[in-house]
Design a protein around this ligand. Structure first.
Ligand SMILES: Nc1ncnc2c1ncn2[C@@H]1O[C@H](COP(=O)(O)OP(=O)(O)OP(=O)(O)O)[C@@H](O)[C@H]1O
Ligand SMILES: [Mg+2]
Length: 240
């Protein structure tokens, strides 16, 4: 690994859609144990960047080193195993499997990784309980409310004790108590050495992160102060 505790090292990442630059020479290093927030106006490129950092998309230019490995040099199968077993994703649109129950959705990555169905479901139940969803474990994904689905997605992202968590507005549909539970769980994962990159429009969420990034038109402005974060949040509220 380059720099013994760097979980992620991105250098000059560029992503274009139809000649339009959406991610514009983004460089970013995230160390083990770090909680990093990413704010920015709608459409500025946050999800696109997150997908590149999580190996779901490839940059047109630039280099990425993730957990000491260059994803571009891994096979598709090796990248898929890395995503499933070492990364935790919370997608902007939860992406739960609609016909599986909440507990099966959460358990699935652990079950696939270990082959242990019972233990995976037990662990899923413990995570659901932690997020106030003990009574919803048997509900199919398709009937969950937005906020329930979001917490199920967070539980699913954490079940394999990932080394890097990439979360795209994971508290966008949650009340403050549920948001707090999610952030506490993420902070706990970071204390064990994982790193977190969390996209948010909520300055209270950003305030929980030691490092706060702001994205504008595809470019990263590092080291944002809380007042800059508050400005971005105000601009977002004005738009939506
Ligand atoms: N597959 C695609 N093809 C073409 N354009 C795309 C594609 N995906 C994203 N874009 C464009 O790239 C820009 C950045 O999109 P992205 O989803 O990364 O924004 P975002 O910062 O996550 O916004 P939000 O806060 O609304 O989620 C947008 O203008 C979007 O329309
Ligand atoms: Mg987005």
């Amino acid at each position: 690994m380059s720099g013994s505790s760097s979980v992620l090292v991105a250098s000059d990442l560029v992503r274009r859609y139809d000649q339009r630059i959406v991610v514009d020479r983004v460089s970013l290093t995230i160390e083990s144990g770090e909680m990093v927030s990413l704010m920015g106006a709608s459409g500025c490129g946050k999800t696109t960047l997150l997908h590149i950092l999580g190996t779901l998309d490839r940059p047109d230019e630039g280099r990425l080193l993730l957990l000491g490995r260059d994803p571009a040099r891994l096979s598709d199968a090796a990248r898929a195993v890395m995503r499933r077993e070492e990364l935790g994703f919370v997608f902007q649109q939860s992406n739960l499997l609609p016909s599986l129950t909440a507990r099966e959705n959460v358990a699935l990555p652990a079950w696939r990784a270990t082959g242990q169905r019972r233990a995976s479901l037990d662990r899923a139940d413990a995570l659901l309980d932690r997020f106030g969803l003990a009574a919803r474990g048997d509900a199919p994904g398709r009937v969950l409310s937005l906020g329930e689905a979001q917490r199920v997605a967070v539980a699913r992202a954490l079940i394999n004790r990932p080394q890097m968590v990439l979360a795209d507005e994971p508290t966008g549909s949650l009340d403050s108590e549920a948001s707090l539970a999610v952030l506490d769980a993420m902070a706990e994962v970071c204390r064990t050495g994982a790193a977190l990159l969390i996209v948010t429009h909520d300055p209270n969420v950003a305030a929980r992160c030691a490092r706060r990034l702001v994205m504008r038109d595809g470019r990263l402005a590092p080291g944002a102060s809380l007042s800059a974060v508050e400005d971005v949040a105000t601009a977002h509220r004005t738009v939506v």
